[in-house]
Write a protein that binds this ligand. Structure first.
Ligand code: ADP
Ligand code: ZN
Length: 708
């Protein structure tokens, strides 16, 4: 096994890497500069944390937010990794202390703010250290193109100049290629290894529904997910307050958050959410950046976001732990109008056309009749080969027809027109229009001129929209919105790949139907088992004692696995994902005790728990009860208790065979086995020994012989 894999298990408790993690780690260990584009929850942190643990020296991590640094450091500490942060929230004394620890080589990862990193005092400090890597987290903050530009980040351009020999890994969850290129340029990374992972977040369901009766729909949605954390994004500050208040009158545990609140009030709400004290936050989009909470189970959009980048980022706050999570967006044309006015009315907005175009794509997404995920990913230049099966359109599909031929006509026209025309001119060419421009440019000479005469203009529009949504055409916003072919469209043109389209009359009908549907909620049963809840409560208790968010102790996925597999020994814990050595030692016994307590309670109530019955017997045995005592307590026959103990012994539990079976009994069973040869089963032995030794004892003796 590679060193990285051993460390993955030891520190983080995971058996396998997520896609790309291993390649990235290898590149980092090779001292290459790296740019990593990976969605939220993809597992970026481990790609610099593991190398930091494996290599000698110090890894410096640049992070934009103070709260985020603290969370990450807490998380690492809980895995037994020595990390620290330096930022303005610490006193001079505290900073000194951390610096001294770092100089003494006691720190493997040091989180700093960008200002700090490029400050002169820090330069001198770094001279005394052996730095093996700079990790720039949330690297899109360096780009003006990015959605979260932070001027302090531009200082990082000097890193390569000051420290040409120290490799840099820049990480971001942006899927936007322009921003990515800008990051490289800004950071002066010349020949970086480029890692772009899929931006598909399969565990997040995508649902869009009409904006009528929003509040009732929200209530129904939340009631299906009691006890789970979620965010409701709203457009205005006022509506965050109104919705939260309304929810509270319905008994829902909700709070609001927006940039108009004092920073203390905001950080209080944020902390309460992270610590699972407040379950639901109604917020403007100011909320979310810098929240590492892995168990956000749903994200609702009370209003349609104004572009797909924002939408993707916001829904991405759900399900970082990889567990099933749901999103629901309300769509109404009014929202579109509000944004449009807003954009149009801004006086000196150079980006107007781009913003309008982006808004349009968002609207198209909301109105999509084809797999929403395909469409979402195609916006980021990624082509999904199959429909996702986890969006409302996939679950409730409109009628389709084979549109290969008609798609080929359109794509071929795009191709023959040199990928230089926009949608309306394309349709005119397809419909053989006599528009002057067409003749002037000689477009009437191309083979597909008039090839789509039989389809109405409106229908063509619908079809081209669908091709766009399926990633078969792209709009070049920066080149007058001309249409371009994609890799996928070439398969349609040249390899006759089939295209499915939706009938346009169908589009209208389905839309009506869907708008009328009151219950958008996916059928997932979010309510979890009793043991899960018990473990969750224990986690919460431990978290507040330690002053860290609950998911830092174990994430939801680990809790789920614990409640399903019900490990009852430290060895059993090794097989549970997300429990490394440190956490096993620190929390293992506590959670095992909780599981055993649960099993005993259930047993006492006469409930059966799969695979657990011998474990309960074993527990009583360990408490010093005799076989007969246990039999009475559990309302079972002693022979059954013996066979439980035999089973426990076979499974490696610590059982003193000799206190249950005498040496002479063991010898007699041994003798009988020899005499009977290959005969299977307990009964022949029982008979052979004239029924003088109990069945249960024979069983125990047999499991003893099996082991020696
Ligand atoms: P990102 O920074 O890309 O948003 P994180 O690094 O926070 O993602 O990881 C998201 C979640 O996935 C965390 O709970 C993390 O512990 C978990 N995770 C990371 N790598 C693995 C892995 N190889 N196996 C299982 N879980 C993982
Ligand atoms: Zn789908």
């Amino acid at each position: 096994m590679s060193e990285a894999r051993v460390a993955l298990k030891k520190y983080f408790g995971y058996d396998t890497f997520r896609p790309m993690q291993e390649e990235i780690i290898e590149a980092v260990l090779d001292k290459k500069d790296c740019l990593v584009l990976m969605p939220t929850g993809g597992g970026k942190s481990i790609t610099f944390q593991l190398p930091a643990l494996i290599r000698d020296g110090l890894t410096i991590v640049v992070s934009p937010l103070i709260a985020l640094m603290k969370d990450q450091v807490d998380g690492l500490a809980s895995a037994g990794i020595s990390a620290a942060y330096l930022n303005s929230s610490l006193s001079g004394i505290q900073q000194n202390d951390i610096e001294n620890k770092t100089l003494a080589g006691e720190i493997k990862l040091l989180y700093v703010s960008p200002e700090k990193l490029v400050s002169e005092s820090f330069y001198h400090f770094l001279q005394k250290l052996e730095v093996n890597l700079f990790a720039i987290d949330e690297a899109h903050c360096i780009s003006q193109w990015g959605h979260n530009f932070r001027p302090e980040y531009t200082k990082l351009k000097f890193l390569k100049h000051y420290y040409p020999d120290i490799p840099i890994i820049a990480l971001t969850a942006t899927a936007d290629k322009i921003t990515a290129r800008d990051i490289l340029k800004q950071l002066r990374l010349e020949k970086p290894e480029y890692f772009i992972s899929s931006f598909d977040r399969k565990n997040i369901s995508l649902n869009v529904t009409s904006g009528t009766n929003r509040f009732e729909k929200i209530l129904a949605f939340i009631n299906n997910r009691q006890g789970e954390s979620g965010i409701i994004y709203c457009l205005s500050r006022k509506s965050t307050e109104q919705i939260a208040t309304k929810l509270k009158t319905k008994g829902v545990d909700a709070a609001f958050y927006h940039a108009g609140m004092s920073s203390e009030a905001r950080s209080k709400i944020q902390t309460s959410f992270i610590n699972d004290n407040t379950k639901i936050i109604c917020a403007t989009i100011a909320f979310g950046m810098g929240i590492d909470k892995s168990n956000v189970r749903f994200v609702l959009h009370y209003n349609m976001p104004k572009n797909i980048e924002g939408y993707y980022q916001e829904i991405g706050r759900a399900g970082r732990d990889g567990l099933k999570s749901d999103t629901l967006m309300f769509y109404s044309y009014r929202d579109v109008m509000v944004y449009r006015d807003f954009i149009e009315q801004a006086d000196d907005n150079k980006n107007k056309p781009i913003e309008i175009a982006k808004l349009q794509r968002m609207q198209e997404f909301a109105e999509a009749q084809t797999c929403r995920r395909k469409m979402l990913l195609s916006y980021f230049g990624e082509h999904l080969p199959e429909d996702c099966g986890n969006c409302d359109v996939c679950k409730n599909p409109p009628q389709q027809f084979d549109g290969t031929l008609i798609a080929q006509k359109a794509l071929s026209a795009v191709y023959r027109l040199g990928e230089r025309v926009g949608m309306s001119l394309l349709i005119d060419v397809l419909r053989g229009s006599g528009r002057r421009e067409i003749f002037d440019r000689g477009y009437d000479k191309i083979k597909t001129y008039g090839a789509g005469r039989d389809v109405s203009y409106n229908d063509w529009q619908q079809i081209i929209m669908q091709l766009l949504n399926q990633g078969l055409i792209e709009i070049a916003y920066d080149q007058n919105h001309v249409l371009k072919l994609t890799q996928a469209s070439k398969d349609v043109l040249f390899s006759n790949k089939k295209v499915k389209l939706v009938k346009s009359s169908e589009i209208k009908r389905k839309k009506e139907e869907r708008l009328q549907k009151a219950k958008p909620v996916s059928k997932t049963q979010m309510l979890r088992g009793e043991l899960f809840e018990q473990l969750r409560a224990k986690r919460k208790e431990l978290a507040s004692q330690a002053g860290v968010p609950p998911y830092v102790i174990f994430n939801d996925a680990t809790l789920e696995e614990l409640s399903e597999r019900k490990p009852t020994s430290k060895d059993d814990l090794i097989g549970i994902s997300g429990i490394g050595e440190h956490k096993r030692n620190k929390y293992g016994d506590i959670f095992i005790a909780e599981i055993i307590k649960f099993m005993k309670e259930k047993d006492a109530e006469g409930q059966k728990i799969q695979g657990a019955t011998y474990v309960i017997t074993y527990q009583y045995y360990k408490e010093g009860l005799t076989v007969d005592d246990i039999a009475i307590k559990r309302n079972l026959k002693p022979v059954t208790i013996f066979s439980h103990l035999a089973n426990a012994y076979t499974n490696g539990k610590d059982i003193d065979i000799f206190s249950l079976v005498s040496q002479s009994e063991l010898d007699r069973v041994g003798q009988a086995v020899k005499e009977l040869g290959e005969i299977e089963g307990v009964k022949p032995i029982f008979e052979h020994l004239n029924q003088e030794i109990d069945y249960g004892k024979i069983r125990l003796a047999l499991s003893y012989f099996d082991k020696i």
